[in-house]
Design a protein around this ligand. Structure first.
Ligand code: F6P
Length: 550
């Protein structure tokens, strides 16, 4: 494949960008025929409005040509077919199979994976109902009231984000907790709120070798079992208070969890795409199996949209392409995702792993250096909190930050004017970014306040907003399981689209390995082992920490 920047369609986009010098979002909104029709897309109750982009309808046509030239349709097909598109790990990429509620078989190495997927879902359903109806109880016969998910990365961010987002659906009598950080404060603070008799630990780890998760799980186990000073429930209780979610039965059993209490998934599920798998056990325990299935259904509906809708109307495709457009041709280095919904407060954190671990790459599938930027820095916080923190930079800083605003038009917490105020703010923010405020407007405004002319001239430049800053607005009825499933799948596919344009493998994560390796040797030295080969700075840091701990 030719390099990205060398491709004919990329060159055409570059020429098009030159022709857009002086482009104004507001003028385009006022004058471009068909802009709203083409740039606002609907799917059921979801409205995706990209009309405040630094793009024209012609830009979309050129971006779609790029997508075709980079082979997007074939790549989508290959993923859904079960081809091993994760070439560096020789694996299929089939989070879509986990939510394939159709009877379409999906083959890996000639074998349909769907019966296995369905069997695990049935096992999860049976377990969830046994916990909820009390037929599964703790070692002392008490009902389980607290679920502690111990996992990190994809084995934490997805389930945690979904449980938070679906708080109105929590099963009565069940409280979820999430422990990820190896910092003992995370587990310690959580345990302080719990009783052993009523707590179930879900150890979630694809590999079951992740240092943080195993360390936390061992400490949780020690807390449960107890000791002479702090008597717990004893070794035999482990089987009643620990279950595992993993692809690695050997390590699960070595840890001391009965493999009968293990919920399986497969190597073709990437960690950051795994909330739909048995990694979602904590979700199912928290919101119930029917709501978990509704989440999967939402994901499936978006999969079908992505798989079968022509690129021109394909929502993840257009969002992904516009993201590339702003990054490559308008110099945006970051991407802010801003849900106006408090329950989605972990959404940006989840997407950060999804996007940055997937597309934070520098070599192409062929192992050559990429010749243009790959994935952006993804960040965000819920509105309106972010408005009082970092929006200053988004409005007046020197960097262009494309924003996705997400907002449900209905709330589970109707309270006076709260929701109207929230919605007014999200709409106003996207308007303000596009519109800005010029110096004449500022002068007129200040003039009305009776300020002296020289004071106005001194202050005015500080109050100017350049405007012409792009944002998308995604509106939907409410954050219910099905809608959430759709939104999550949409953003997952947006990642694939961009990865295909960049020409990278979005499904490996070798970049996390070096730090893990070095941490092992540093730990050995902190424990008193012989000094390893380090640079002078690292050697000094190790010595400093050792001396402070002695
Ligand atoms: O950070 C690297 C990573 O492998 C992620 O991709 C993954 O989600 C996380 O670690 C946790 O891995 P595991 O589920 O195997 O414990």
């Amino acid at each position: 494949m030719t390099s990205l920047t060398g491709s004919a369609s990329y060159q055409a986009l570059a020429a098009h960008r030159r022709s857009l010098e002086g482009f104004s979002i507001l003028s385009a909104l006022a004058n471009e025929v068909g802009r709203l029709d083409r740039m606002r897309m609907r799917h059921e109750d979801l409205l995706v409005d990209t009309s405040k982009s630094l793009a024209t309808t012609e830009t979309l046509t050129l971006l779609l040509a790029l997508a075709r030239e980079r082979g997007l349709p074939a790549r989508i097909e290959a993923m859904f077919r079960g081809d091993k598109i994760n070439v560096t790990e020789n694996r299929a990429v089939l989070h879509v199979a986990l939510r394939n509620l159709s009877d379409r078989p999906i083959l890996v190495d000639g074998e349909d994976v769907m019966p296995g997927v369905r069997a695990v879902l049935a096992k999860i359903r049976a377990f969830v109902s046994s916990v909820h109806d009390g037929s599964f109880r703790g070692a002392t016969g008490e009902k389980i009231t607290d679920i502690v998910n111990i996992g990190i990365g994809g084995s934490d961010l997805g389930p945690f984000m979904v449980c938070e987002a679906l708080e109105p659906y929590w099963h009565a009598g069940i409280r979820p907790h999430f422990v990820s950080n190896v910092d003992g404060a995370h587990l310690g603070r959580t345990l302080k709120t719990l009783r052993r008799e009523t707590t179930l630990f879900v150890v979630a780890s694809k590999t079951f070798t992740t240092q943080e998760t195993i360390t936390n799980a061992q400490s949780a186990r020690a807390w449960l079992v107890g000791n002479e000073i702090d008597p717990g429930l004893g070794e035999a209780a482990v089987q009643k208070h620990f279950v595992a979610v993993s692809t690695n039965a050997k390590e699960v059993s070595a840890f001391g969890i009965d493999v009968a209490n293990m919920f399986e998934f497969w190597d073709w599920v990437g960690g950051r795409y795994s909330l739909w798998s048995a990694i979602g056990l904590s979700i199912a325990l928290t919101v119930g199996m029917d709501h978990f299935m509704a989440l999967l259904e939402g994901g499936h509906v978006m999969d079908e949209h992505f798989r079968t809708t022509p690129l021109e109307e394909n929502i993840p495709t257009l969002l992904g392409l516009l993201g590339v457009w702003h990054a490559h041709f308008w110099d945006a280095h970051t991407f802010a995702v801003l849900p106006y919904d408090q329950s989605m407060h972990r959404f940006a954190a989840w997407l950060q792993q999804g996007d940055m671990e997937s597309n934070g790459k520098s070599v192409t599938l062929a192992g050559e250096k990429v010749d243009a930027p790959t994935g952006p820095v993804v960040w965000g916080e819920p509105g309106t909190n972010g408005q009082h923190a970092f929006y200053q930079l988004i409005h007046q800083g020197t960097r262009l930050v494309p924003c996705d605003f997400l907002a449900p038009t209905r709330t589970y917490y109707p309270m006076g004017e709260h929701h109207a105020i929230l919605l007014a703010n999200v709409i106003a923010q996207s308007e303000a970014l596009a519109r800005g405020k010029n110096i004449d407007e500022v002068r007129a405004e200040l003039g009305k306040s009776g300020m002296a002319k020289d004071e106005i001239e001194a202050l005015a430049p500080h109050k100017v907003f350049s405007g012409n800053r792009p944002s998308n607005v995604l509106l939907f009825d409410r954050v219910d399981p099905r809608t959430l499933g759709k939104i999550l799948a949409l953003y997952e596919h947006r990642i694939l689209v961009q990865g295909v344009i960049f020409g990278v493998n979005s499904f490996d994560q070798w970049g996390v390995e070096l730090g893990k390796q070095l941490a092992k040797s540093v730990l050995a030295e902190l424990r008193g082992g012989a000094p390893g080969a380090h640079d002078a700075s690292t050697r000094a840091l190790i010595a400093e920490v050792r001396s402070r701990r002695e």
